[in-house]
Design a protein around this ligand. Sequence first.
Ligand code: FEO
Length: 165
Amino acid sequence: MFSDKIQIGLIKQLNREYESSQLYLSMASWVEKKGFEGICEFLYDHSHEERMHMLKLIRYINKRGGNVVIDNVCIKKITYGSLKELFKKLFEHEKKISNKINLLVELSLKEKDFFTYNFLQWYVEEQIEEEALIRMVLDKMELIGEDRGGLYLLDRDIKNIHIKK
Ligand code: FEO
């Protein structure tokens, strides 16, 4: 059964995915202006992925007979002190998203909506990957510190991650 509680929870989540897409997009634009080609491609690409996460939720809600509402999302801050600060913010953001997915999984069990429980497993896997990816970039930035040569190489490596996907 597709309850109102589940529907409201999924609509909130699709809007969070939309917000994520806009956040990655604004970050990509900021990074592009700083000249980091690889990192900006990674972020533009990820913005697209987040939009796909949103679409997946929209299609699922419609399939279950629900009604989708899309909020006006506005990302105001488009400037960061450093790349490290930007990735720290992304990591916090992804952890927040993971927490919301976990709460939705819990709700689907409480409501005995096993279709939604099954649907959400894809998001659980995705969040594990996303957190690991951003953490890996942050770890590398920690190692590099202020070394500009190191940042140049990291930018090149991230471009390769982007191509391999
Ligand atoms: Fe769709 Fe990065 O969470």
